[in-house]
Design a protein around this ligand. Structure first.
Ligand SMILES: [Zn+2]
Length: 161
């Protein structure tokens, strides 16, 4: 069976977003990060560890009537740097691009240093990080210089949000 026919086996959506080439096993984390409160009635497809020509295995998400915000795209890039975003309108893919990690990350997740100025209650300051390495992933807080690695970033994104 060719790749197109394999893809057809998964439910098509009329309008929305397909997030393809997600790091195997990470689709549920991605789903967790997305703001889906307006899409309660939307159909969704979650595929975990399906065959991929490019990656061997991959995860895939299709969400009807959902279009990603720049913050959501950046969050996906943090946990799944190979992911591709397909925007679907009237059953056709109208736009396709790989997620891209911005140089600076503002207000996406909290600094893991409890003493950081961005974690103070009195005058909250929006968190700001600079990406210091993409592979392996690490970011540095622009306020307290705290270096955070992938595990800590994922923890802050998913569990501390
Ligand atoms: Zn900090």
């Amino acid at each position: 069976m060719n790749e197109e026919k394999k893809k057809m086996k998964i439910t098509r959506i009329e309008n929305g977003t397909a997030i393809d080439h997600i790091t195997p096993g990470s689709a549920l984390k991605v789903l967790e990060l997305l703001d889906l409160k307006d899409e309660k009635k939307s159909s969704m497809t979650v595929a975990i560890r399906v065959d991929s020509n490019k990656m061997g295995k991959k995860d895939l998400l299709k969400i009807e009537d959902k279009f990603l915000t720049p913050t959501e795209s950046a969050m996906i890039a943090l946990i799944s740097p190979e992911a591709t975003i397909n925007i679907i309108k009237s059953f056709e893919v109208t736009e396709k691009h790989q997620v891209e990690l911005p140089e600076k990350l503002t207000g996406i997740f909290d600094c893991s240093n409890p003493n950081c100025i961005t974690n103070q209650e009195r005058e909250p300051v929006e968190s700001k990080f600079k990406v210091s390495s993409k592979d392996p992933l690490s970011v540095r807080c622009l306020y307290c210089d705290n270096l955070m690695e992938e595990d800590q970033i994922t923890h802050q994104l998913i569990w501390a949000k």
